[in-house]
Design a protein around this ligand. Sequence first.
Ligand code: G3I
Length: 373
Amino acid sequence: MKKNLIQSLYIATISAMIIGCSESKKISADKTTTLKEAYKKDFLIGTALNTAQIEEKEPNSAALVPQQFNAITTENIMKAEIMHPTWNNYNFEMADKLVAYGQKHNIKINAHTLIWHSQLPAFVRRMKSADSVKLFFENHINTIASRYDGKVLSWDVVNEALEEDGTMRKSIFLEKLGDGFVVEAFRLAQKAAPNTELYYNDYNIEEPKKRAGAIALIKKIQAAGVRIDGVGIQGHWRIGKIPFKEIEQSILEYSALGIKVMFTELDLGVIPNPWDGNAADVNLKAEYNAKMNPYAKGLPDSVQAEFTKGYEDLFKLFLKHKDKITRITFWGVNDGQSWLNDWPIRGRTNYPLLFDRNFQPKPAYYKVIGLKK
Ligand code: G3I
């Protein structure tokens, strides 16, 4: 009975997608489940949404997101630059819409992010005095975290506070507030949002040196008697470079700290980057040249196969540790939306997600679902 209902819902939503987008090709009819249904006993399956998607102005996403995902992270709209543009001026409009969207579709919200060195409003970037930074820091956390307490499941309280070698990242917060700022952010968030889960989120924290730094940071928060509920390993990786061994070790070591482990911004890039490794520093940029955009006209089958295998092996690992993992979030709904088309080189064609530019499920989608059949 329940299965029939899911199937009917699925077919209805797929029909809406086909009607909603003239570009969509016909979707094959052999699908009987969705990502969130397949993994409902294991972990939440999330995606990151942009403004048009939250406002349901984009018909394909409007159909696909509630069907496939039961968790949302805000890709940009809850960053300080957008939510807190000037001293006493907060912009709650989109975040309020997001809360309504989550309630309407019964989707959990991970709010991203309270304290991040990037995407800071201009008035903060100009600050010289430590007192001003401290006041911004306190007001920002108190005002925003308290407003959404009980309305969002969780916050990425601090994002990307570490360098690759595991030391504290050189940022305005480190410079003006000292290295206790992470503990202080969690202390303030705990007070302002007692009903919200609080996470530390970063990229490459599966790698040994950075992982050691993250573990030291988490222990420091815990030793101060401050609550931290989970850690988000972002998961911006590339095919052929997925660090499976380190990922597994990280799941074990982070969960041994008594916190939840999540993969929070998952995507698998398939095109080269100038450093030939995994990275996600938004400040890194490089010049366009055609050699760096090899699949502009389509993805060769061999690369598609490697990509599919990458996701298959990752989800096998996630399932092996499902007792420790609470959420897997993809960084975007479909390939066309991904930040990886414009980073670190603008205007390229990347293929990092489970749905293609026409919102069609890719072979990797079926492999990931197939692991649960
Ligand atoms: O909204 C403006 C638009 O008005 C303007 O015309 C346009 C011109 O470039 O820029 C638009 O803003 C862009 C914004 O995304 C919204 O699309 C910014 O330039 C662009 O830098 C910004 O990129 C975001 C990036 O974070 C920096 O905030 C990406 O979408 C977003 O996917 C990315 O997400 C980060 C996570 O927050 C943290 N971890 C790494 C991850 C990937 O970089």
